[in-house]
Design a protein around this ligand. Structure first.
Ligand code: PLP
Length: 419
């Protein structure tokens, strides 16, 4: 891939002070987060819809909008997941033009986290790091472990000790050094900050965060290209730290800024689990101050961040774009997973249930109205959280291999047997 170098520097999101492109993430002056800055004039002059269409279908199509200095070396097949026209779910939710951005089939670990890890580890290689690590609610752990294995990094994964067994196994299998921490995610993350200060490792969500976070933009770029180069009117996005939501909005703005798409009003909406909804609560209060949730309690463990790093920016982005935020109970989350599976044949993990359930509430409240497409971001596969559904699904009936028994079985009301 012959990509032009358009990544300029890191800059404080608050005061604008410039920083070199190192493994750093906060401003020394005001502790604001550092963010990657690009030469949009250069991007505009070297990219066109036609040149992008000719590139291989992966997130690296949008390479010029990502904070690397050379070609990517990790996660070369990540992204360009399907954008599915969801007519049956749209009918159920009362949404005319509904699409699912289906990151349940992302490569290699079936979640959107493959996007952020691909950028963080490619940058870690450029910075000469040999050990990478993360604090994770599960999906980041899986993706870091897999991508570190294939790229030859040593990896450490720190997780809350009560994480789903399936997610723990899906990190261990790759040879990652998994460590369970007694306490919620925020304490895991705080410990990781201390470790990052002492060991010269690349923590993808701490000192590599400015690189990592930019990977989320590719979900937004792909949505726009897959809609035939137009911005969706509404995008519903699950929120943990709030980073994905702010980065999808950033991607939409960057495409306008570089002339790749026509300017149009777009709203981004946030979805959280009721048992851990600090960003949605701030939105409801009309504030941008996030009140931390000390003890999250929800089956959507992948979204259970009580003190979200980008919560402030997420709630501001929601408000600035005219979006809204919702929260879903565990019961509503499970119903959302089932509804998506039964209408579209897509099996999502609990975060997907959160997104569908919140979209249902937003639609009911008239928040997803107006002409144009509505996109739901479905961010990880259901096989990652089978535990959540275990008590919900029936034991299938068992019969002898006999036509007589089969006839008797199907003569019974199916609703009674399979729901
Ligand atoms: C991490 C994650 C998100 C959102 O993460 P942010 O921290 O808000 O960027 C959404 N869905 C799933 C399944 C995740 O694992």
């Amino acid at each position: 891939m012959q990509a032009k170098q358009c990544f300029v520097e890191l800059r404080c999101k608050e005061c604008g002070r410039a920083y070199p492109k190192e493994a750093i993430h906060v401003c020394e002056l005001d502790f604001g987060p550092l963010e990657a800055v690009y030469d949009y004039q250069a991007i505009r002059s070297c990219l066109s819809r036609r040149s992008l269409a000719a590139r291989p279908p992966s997130m690296w199509k949008y390479r010029e909008f990502l904070p690397l200095e050379g070609d990517p070396v990790v996660g070369l097949h990540v992204g360009f997941t399907p954008l599915v026209r969801a007519r049956r779910l749209g009918e159920a939710l009362g949404i005319r033009e509904l699409y699912i951005k289906n990151d349940t089939v992302n490569h290699p670990t079936l979640s959107f986290k493959d996007r952020v890890v691909a950028v963080a580890l490619s940058r870690a290689k450029e910075l000469g790091l040999s050990t990478v690590a993360c604090a994770s609610t599960g999906n980041l752990a899986n993706s870091l472990a897999a991508n570190a294995a294939s790229a030859g990094f040593q990896s450490y994964v720190l997780i809350p000790a009560d994480l789903e067994r399936s997610k723990v196994m899906s990190s261990l299998i790759y040879g990652a050094r998994v460590i369970g921490i007694r306490g919620p995610y925020d304490q895991v993350n705080r410990l990781c900050s201390e470790i990052a200060g002492k060991y010269s490792w690349g923590f993808v969500n701490i000192n590599l965060r400015p690189y990592y976070a930019e990977g989320s933009k590719t979900m937004g770029f792909e949505i726009v290209e897959q809609l035939g180069w137009s911005l969706p009117t509404h995008t519903v996005i699950p929120m943990a730290s709030g980073s994905l939501l702010t980065k999808i909005a950033k991607a939409y703005r960057e495409l306008v800024q570089t002339g790749l798409v026509e300017e149009k009003r777009f709203a981004v909406h946030g979805a959280q689990a009721a048992g851990c909804s600090p960003i949605t609560e701030a939105f409801r209060r009309g504030s941008d101050l996030i009140r931390p949730v000390p003890q999250p309690s929800t089956i959507a463990k992948s979204l259970a961040i009580g003190s979200p790093a980008d919560g402030y920016y997420a709630v501001r982005t929601i408000r600035e774009t005219g979006g809204a935020a919702e929260a879903a109970s565990d019961e509503e989350i499970l119903h959302g997973i089932e509804l998506l599976a039964e209408t579209e044949g897509i099996f999502a993990e609990t975060a997907g249930g959160v997104t569908v359930a919140c979209a249902q509430k937003l639609a009911k409240a008239g928040r997803l109205s107006g002409p144009g497409p509505v996109v739901l971001c479905i961010t990880a596969h259901g096989l990652k959280t089978p535990d959540a559904l275990e008590p919900r699904l029936p034991e299938p009936p068992v019969i002898a291999p006999s036509l007589r028994e089969f006839d008797a079985l199907v003569a019974v009301d199916g609703e009674a047997l399979w729901t």
